[in-house]
Design a protein around this ligand. Structure first.
Ligand code: GTP
Ligand code: SPV
Ligand code: MN
Length: 597
């Protein structure tokens, strides 16, 4: 039963948006299992969803080929002053953007039902939680939101008659004329897509896309772009980070928050199965982390989401046994291939490829085909409760105290396997100068390597120069309680193109070194880039890795690093007066260390 909403402001906003979008009807979502089942049944009937014989309560969706990932070129941060959005965001004046978008929204839901999805990011009632309400005509979005967030009546109850909520208007932008037959994945052409944020009003307007972060507005739009802007005003952090608990053989718990750009290993690390005997890991989150300093002086983290929207290709019992298990039932698959016996398939899954499959575009596929069977950004949506490594206290409303921050990216050269910052300010500099190679998680091509500070470049809801300053200030407030900061690169390649580091579960060896650093048990050597494990400091027992590879992985080549400097400088330069002198001091000190090396 849908609760009657007594929130006048919310009712009025829903009315106004319905008047603009003109859906045939309006449905308030209650978040129940019945509702989820009703929606999937509807989509199976329409042909949008394919039930999977091999995986109970699981469905395959195929998106429109133009709607397969986030589109950064169509993502906007609309502040009154362009300077407040900063040089890393696309900016349009709010009045102008709203005019354009109102034109698109006008009658955009004709022939369809508008769903009202009240959702909470974070446990309802948690001091860290925020409530949003998404309007959408996409039943696919409703089902994904059921998995990824806390949806329904309990949110309406928590809102009461005057609670604060973040309005999130979404439309796929494909009205139906009377008698017009629907397509499996309605969306608008790329030129009409807009993923817009108005951080000064805590407002989100998304138009034209039904995929991932463009359409599941609790994710990047609310939990990162809008939340990071709120976090700056309110003195907390909203980050693109996984949250992981490591447990040593002695039972000591370490809490790690790690930021890597899209498709650079967050889900894999969040679900790591350590290969070192006696060490265990528990998953708290794989994409988004909200953190506040509490009265104990430490920074505490929650995962605002309730599900995983993870990259499918590459997932196997070897790379990610936890996810492999999690996906056996109750999962939504998008843009994977379909096998003849009613299962999904993707590149680098266990076992040999099927002799025949239907690819993500719905065409016949066989091994040796020119194109992959699954789209490289094909994804699964599964609830946290299905994750075998889920931490029992993952919903703790007060959050988990963080010991370690990890930053990183995907770089086949230059950047070593791991290094530690000398101190907080140096760590902020390391994170701010992070870089990564392009992946399939972004539709529009960016340069082959780009600066992606804190893995937040596409997700920071204000001027990124001010974001760096906010991080420096958080360090000042944390003082002695500040987590230690590390940088990792799992993606170093040899000249022959193979990975130098085995990665995945073996990454636990690097994590163990970090934990031992905190406890003062492991050694490190000084290098110009930071502190690195010296000979014998990494636990490599039972791992056969050529010593030459290891040498490369832990090598700092001052000349190669010199080559990074102009790019880092140019990147920082664009922030002008928004770049704090504290960052310039770090850059100068780094240049000096390199020159002396
Ligand atoms: P988003 O969901 O886009 O934010 O991505 P993510 O950061 O969660 O990335 P994910 O864990 O899904 O990894 C993406 C890709 O990186 C997959 O192809 C993985 O196989 C690969 N990958 C993850 N960890 C490792 C690693 O330790 N070594 C290597 N070589 N590849 C890895
Ligand atoms: C990312 O791109 O970082 C993702 C996928 O996690 S999406 O939710 O589509 O943004
Ligand atoms: Mn992500």
């Amino acid at each position: 039963m849908t609760a009657v909403c007594k929130h006048e402001g919310l009712n009025q906003w829903v009315d106004e948006m319905a008047t603009l979008c003109k859906p045939d009807q309006i449905r308030w979502c209650d978040g129940s299992k019945e509702e989820y089942d009703r929606m999937t049944a509807l989509m199976v009937e329409s042909g949008a969803a394919i039930p999977l014989k091999k995986r109970p309560e699981s469905f395959l969706f195929r998106s429109d080929p133009t709607d397969v990932a986030r589109i950064e070129g169509r993502t906007y941060l609309s502040t009154l002053s362009e300077e407040d959005a900063g040089p890393t965001n696309n900016w349009i004046d709010p009045t102008q953007l709203k005019e354009t978008m109102k034109g698109l929204y006008n009658s955009c839901m004709r022939g369809r039902t508008m769903y009202v999805i009240p959702f909470s990011m974070g446990p309802i009632g948690s001091p860290l939680a925020k409530i949003g309400v998404q309007l959408t005509e996409s039943p696919y979005v409703v089902c994904n939101m059921h998995i990824m967030t806390r949806v329904g009546d309990r949110v309406i109850e928590a809102l009461g008659d005057d609670g604060e909520f973040i309005p999130c208007l979404h439309s796929v932008g494909a009205p139906l004329e009377p008698g017009q037959k629907d397509v499996p994945w309605p969306c608008a052409p790329i030129k009409d897509k807009y993923i817009s944020h108005f951080p000064e009003e805590n407002l989100i307007w998304s138009y034209g896309s039904g995929y991932g972060g463009n359409a599941l507005l609790g994710k990047k739009c609310l939990s990162l772009r809008i939340a990071s802007s709120m976090a700056r005003r309110e003195g907390w952090l909203a980050e693109h980070m996984l949250i992981l608990r490591l447990i040593s053989p002695e039972g000591r718990k370490y809490h790690i928050a790690g930021a890597f750009p899209s498709a650079c290993g967050k889900t894999n690390l969040a679900m790591i199965q350590p290969t070192i005997p006696g060490w265990k890991a528990e998953t708290l989150g794989d994409d988004i982390c909200w953190m506040k300093i509490r009265s104990d002086g430490r920074i505490h983290a929650i995962n605002p989401e309730t599900g995983f929207f993870g990259v499918a290709p590459g997932t196997s019992s070897v790379s990610n046994p936890v996810a492999n298990e999690m996906l056996k039932e109750k999962t939504i698959f998008t843009n994977c291939a379909l096998t003849d016996d009613g299962d999904v398939w993707w590149e680098d899954m266990d076992g040999p490829p099927p002799a025949h499959a239907i690819d993500w575009k719905g065409r016949d596929w066989a091994p040796g085909s020119d194109e992959p069977a699954a789209h490289p950004n094909a994804r699964f949506t599964s609830h946290v409760s299905q994750c075998p490594s889920e931490a029992p206290d993952w919903e703790d409303p007060e959050g988990i105290p963080i010991d370690i921050f990890i930053f990183g990216g995907r770089r086949s050269s230059v950047i070593p396997l791991v290094y530690e910052s000398f101190n907080w300010d140096h760590g902020v500099f390391m994170a701010a100068s992070a870089s990564s190679e392009a992946t399939a998680a972004i539709l529009d091509k960016v340069s082959p390597i780009r600066r992606d500070p804190f893995a937040m470049s596409p997700f920071c809801g204000y001027n990124m120069g001010d974001y760096f300053q906010h991080w420096f200030e958080m360090g000042d407030r944390l003082g002695e309680n500040a987590p230690r900061i590390f940088y990792v690169n799992w993606f170093r390649k040899g000249e022959d193109g193979r990975w130098l580091w085995p990665g995945f579960g073996e990454n636990s060896r690097v994590l163990k070194w970090m934990c031992e650093r905190i406890d003062g048990k492991a050694g490190a050597k000084q290098t110009p880039v930071g502190l690195m494990p010296g000979e014998g400091d990494l636990d490599l027992e039972g791992l056969s890795i050529p010593s030459e590879d290891l040498r490369k992985l832990l090598e700092v080549d001052p000349q190669l690093w010199q080559g990074e400097i102009p790019d880092i400088e140019e990147y920082f330069e664009q922030f002008g007066s928004h770049l704090t002198d504290r960052m310039r001091t770090q850059l100068d000190a780094f240049k000096e260390r390199l020159a002396k090396a």
